[in-house]
Design a protein around this ligand. Sequence first.
Ligand code: CA
Length: 372
Amino acid sequence: MNISRKTFFKGLALGTLSLPFVLKTMKPGQAQQDNSPLLKSSKQYKWKMVTTWPPNFPVLGEACTLFAEMVNKMSGGRMHIRVYGGGELVPALETFDTVRNGGAEMGNGAAYYWAGKIPAAQFFATVPFGMNAQQVNTWITSGGGQELWEECYHHFNLVPMMAGNTGVQMGGWFNREINTIEDLKGLKMRIPGLAGKVLEKAGGSPVLLAGGEIYTGLERGVLDATEWLGPFHDYNMGFHEIAKYYYSPGWHEPGTVLELIINKEKFESLPEDLQAIIRAAAAYFNAWVLNRMEAANAEYLAIMIEKGIDIRKFPVEVLDTLRIYTKEVIEEMTTTNEFARKVYASYSEFRKKAVAWAGYSEKVFYDNLQVI
Ligand code: CA
């Protein structure tokens, strides 16, 4: 599949990717004759979902559209959700405030975008050198993470749910070689969340830009470097046209959780079956996004290698220093913020056990991984 940057950016037309199901959208008002006991009421709900993604953005925005279709289908047409890309109804990074204030009933993004308001929210997105997708999914569903997340967002009139995961990301695009930690000095880099503070410690300047603004930011020199996602998105966004080196690993985003946020009052006003449908669809897309990302990244890594793109790994000493800075950043944050301390205590305790287990499971497997 060869897609131009422009086409990619506008979003793939649905149907260009093989979907696991074909959903026939029912129009609101197209009442079913079903007597299922689940159908408590025939009341129609017309909701809006605002997102931080460019409109119909491949995988991430696409998942929102498919989510809306799935909820429509599962609800027998009672719930119609209109999805807006970032900037269509409100700017991308106003998603959080728009949903909590009721300007839209739902939103989709990642919790580290709200770090300026809620430092602890970042733990529900990703932590540099932290847990991967499998581990963070486990912490949130089975290790107390969901309860803490709900406690955190309750104060903002929101209900959070996981609705996707990027998997391990790439370290980003640079126009200079990164051989020592000194090479990060003075670098203006698009990098979100805790990792931005880590970059600051290394003498760089983090810039938070939504996905749709990165390419022009690099082109105009607002940015010297950027990270975004993995081979699939990065290649199709054309970053290799304006940056020389593509570095691994995404030390800063080992498995970023994408969130569905719902206005709490609106969610609680729904019949129980619609609430359950939303939760089930979110859980479905939590897995769907990760599966799509992993498949597409593997495919596009091969394409990038074939095209001769200069893909490198950060030197171990650079990663070691970034890890020390990460520890300092987290300590500073948790010292001054009681709730962040509580969330991180849960996160780090869970991670210790998860990493110990991985030492006897995943790690042993990867250490001996050979393609046969
Ligand atoms: Ca990223």
